[in-house]
Design a protein around this ligand. Structure first.
Ligand code: HEC
Length: 140
C-alpha cells in the first residue's frame, strides 16, 4: 500500500514536471498582463469586501492602508484615462475611505458607502465592466 502511494506520488511529480517542461518549449505567448492599476483595484476590492464584513459586524475596520494612495500614480492600461476628473474622483474616494477605516463610529457606514459610490462614479466614466461587482460592496 505504502509502495503504491510512493509510486503514485512519483508519477504525479513526473507528470507535473513534464507539463512545466512543455510550457517552457512553447514560444512565449502574448499574455494579458494586468496593469499596476488593475492589480491595485483587485486589492481594493478584496480590502473593501473585508471592510464591509467588519462594519456589518460592528467591528473596527483595520487601519487605512497606505498603499491605496498609489491610486494617484499606478500605471494604467490606458494612460489617457488619467485626467482631471480621474484625479478629483481619486481624491474624493481616498477621503471617504480614510474616514471609513480605523475606529468604528456612527459615521463609519455612511463614509464607507460614500467611498463605494465614488468607486462607481469613476467607473461610470471609464470602466463600466466591474460596476455590478462593486455595487455588491454597498452596505444596506
Ligand atoms: C478614480 C477612479 C477609480 C476609482 C475611485 C475606482 N476605480 Fe476601479 N478602476 C479604475 C480604472 C481606470 C480601472 C482600469 C485599470 C486598468 O486596466 O489599468 C479600474 C479597474 C477596476 C477593476 C478591474 C481590475 C482588473 O482586474 O482588470 C475592478 C475590479 C475595480 N476597478 C474595482 C474598484 C473598486 C471595488 C473600487 C472602490 C473600492 C474602485 N474600483 C475605485 C478607476 C477607478
Amino acid at each position: 500500500m505504502k509502495r503504491n502511494c510512493i509510486w503514485l506520488l512519483s508519477l504525479v511529480i513526473l507528470a507535473a514536471c513534464q507539463m512545466k517542461e512543455k510550457k517552457r518549449d512553447l514560444p512565449a505567448p502574448k499574455m494579458y498582463e494586468p496593469s499596476e492599476m488593475a492589480l491595485l483595484m483587485r486589492q481594493m476590492h478584496a480590502l473593501n469586501e473585508q471592510a464591509k464584513a467588519q462594519i456589518v459586524a460592528g467591528k473596527e475596520v483595520g487601519l487605512y492602508p497606505k498603499e491605496l494612495a498609489n491610486l494617484h500614480s499606478a500605471a494604467m492600461t490606458d494612460p489617457s484615462e488619467r485626467d482631471a476628473e480621474f484625479d478629483s474622483l481619486a481624491v474624493r474616494f481616498l477621503y471617504y475611505q480614510k474616514k471609513a477605516f480605523g475606529p468604528h463610529t456612527e459615521e463609519t457606514k455612511v463614509n464607507y458607502n460614500k467611498s463605494i459610490a465614488t468607486c462607481i462614479a469613476c467607473h461610470q466614466t471609464r470602466c463600466v465592466g466591474p460596476i455590478p461587482k462593486i455595487k455588491k460592496l454597498f452596505i444596506d
